[in-house]
Ligand binder design. Structure first.
Ligand SMILES: Cc1cc2nc3c(=O)[nH]c(=O)nc-3n(C[C@H](O)[C@H](O)[C@H](O)COP(=O)(O)OP(=O)(O)OC[C@H]3O[C@@H](n4cnc5c(N)ncnc54)[C@H](O)[C@@H]3O)c2cc1C
Length: 425
């Protein structure tokens, strides 16, 4: 029988579950601590241009999620070709990396090392149990030593701040398991381009808010809640670590800086991936490529993982240093003027999955659901590194679970399926 539900958080996961439950005749209240909906997808305007918190885009496969496909039918979408580059040893190589592209870009000697490494890597069958050989061993076995040492190891150190041997193999499996050469060579066919709502992801959030309101959902902003209200079900999209603080469910934060480069003409690239330690940033995106609106002057969003550089000195005081790094990376021309336009700090954005984290994950979900009422969902609620369509998928599944009156204590077992989600970059 339909009852009352409290949804904690108005990111895409919270909005989807609220809308779907209301359609099943539940009385739903959403409480969001921020002043606006969207969570990680809450947009902002920088220099008059619509920007995400770190550039977002959809892969065509995302539309296999029915709830997203339904929303996308009413949203004008644009398709953009992938224009990513890896900055490696002074070269700009196509991303995702292919053995062929690495060989061409790095020249005969280095390229041969990478290609031979790919070919000779043992590529054991991936295990799906709890055996966790760690990121380093897993990636070496998939792509060989040269590609591991040249790209994946420094990138992992930069993004997660851990020795790749201590990092879980799942961080690699979610990203690298498709990196067997035959899969890489198929990618251009599999991935024709990215999809973007032409007026930005804010339009997707607005569409969800409208659907919630039309279905009778109450939306309250500026309210931090812990799941203790007097309701039949609580769907929780906040951080799992706030529900079970003693289980070491760590995270890494991310600094975002939006930098304008007046008077400069930048390469026709949407994203530069910069694994090498000499650069504080891991990824730099060109905002104009992520929407219908061109940015003039060119606008970059620079992503700097927590812990890169001196802790007490804010990045906003170090724009000159960043400009030097952007020039050294070949992203902005020498002597270009680089101006800070905006910044944001996302404190707990990357789940820090050390080897053996799944046991803690299971225990955390068991405790969070032990009241028979609370279902954690979404990227933060499930402490998973996932795409926005994945977050929506977990919400859809939770709405079905509640509407069909399934036992909340069984939700952790059902949620195991989400451990296999493949992050798309
Ligand atoms: C830099 C970056 C780039 C990304 N790029 C892509 C991309 O290109 N494509 C893609 O598909 N995905 C991308 N993602 C992932 C995507 O943004 C997330 O998976 C998705 O937005 C998660 O939605 P969510 O609703 O689960 O969580 P969130 O968006 O984090 O929403 C959770 C909400 O809960 C609120 N909240 C938390 N605790 C409480 C509380 N106690 N009380 C009230 N409210 C609370 C928060 O304020 C927040 O609004 C990217 C993520 C990042 C960080």
């Amino acid at each position: 029988m339909p009852g009352r539900a409290l949804v904690v958080g108005a990111g895409v996961a919270g909005l989807v579950v609220a809308w779907r439950l209301a359609e099943h005749s539940w009385r739903v209240q959403v409480c969001e601590q921020q002043a606006q909906a969207g969570g990680l997808l809450a947009g902002r305007r920088v220099d008059g241009v619509a920007c995400d918190l770190g550039a977002h885009r959809l892969h065509a496969a995302a539309l296999q999620i029915p709830v997203l496909a339904e929303l996308a039918r009413d949203l004008p979408m644009i398709v953009r070709p992938r224009k990513g580059r890896i900055v490696l040893r002074g070269q700009h190589l196509a991303y995702p990396p292919t053995p062929w592209g690495l060989a061409r870009g790095l020249g005969l000697v280095e390229g041969t090392r990478f290609a031979v490494g790919f070919a000779a890597a043992p590529r054991w069958r991936t295990t799906h149990g709890d055996d966790d050989v760690g990121f380093a061993a897993f990636v070496r076995a998939r792509v060989g030593e040269a590609a591991y040492a040249g790209f994946y190891a420094p990138y992992a150190r930069k993004v997660w701040g851990l020795d790749p041997a201590d990092l879980s193999q799942t961080c690699a499996k979610q990203r690298v398991s498709a990196a067997a050469p035959w899969r890489l060579l198929r990618r251009p066919v599999e991935r024709p381009g990215f999809l973007l709502p032409s007026t930005g992801f804010g339009a997707l959030v607005a569409a969800l808010v409208t659907r919630c309101e039309r279905s009778g959902v109450t939306l309250d902003f500026g309210q931090t809640v812990q799941p203790q209200a007097d309701v039949d079900r609580v769907v929780y999209t906040g951080h799992l670590s706030d529900l079970v603080p003693d289980l070491d469910l760590g995270h890494r934060g991310l600094h975002l800086l939006w930098l304008a480069v007046p008077g400069a003409s930048l390469a026709d690239v949407d994203t530069w991936y910069c694994p090498e330690a000499q650069f504080s940033f891991g990824r730099v995106t060109q905002v104009g490529h992520f929407g219908a609106q061109a940015a003039s002057p060119p606008l970059l969003c620079v992503e700097i993982p927590q812990g890169a550089g001196p802790p007490d000195q804010p990045w906003s005081d170090r724009i000159g240093e960043l400009a030097g790094q952007l020039t050294a990376a070949g992203i902005v021309p020498a002597r270009a003027r680089v101006e800070l336009r905006d910044r944001a700090w996302l404190p707990r954005v990357y789940p820090l999955h050390r080897r053996g984290w799944r046991q803690r994950w299971r225990e955390a979900l068991r405790r969070a659901t032990a009241d028979g009422r609370t279902l954690p969902i979404g990227r933060q609620g499930l402490w998973l590194h996932c795409n926005l369509d994945h977050a929506m998928h977990t919400a859809d599944a939770a709405a079905d679970w509640i509407a069909t009156e399934r036992d909340v204590r069984q939700w952790p077992a059902h949620a195991e399926q989400f451990l296999g989600l493949q992050v798309r970059d």
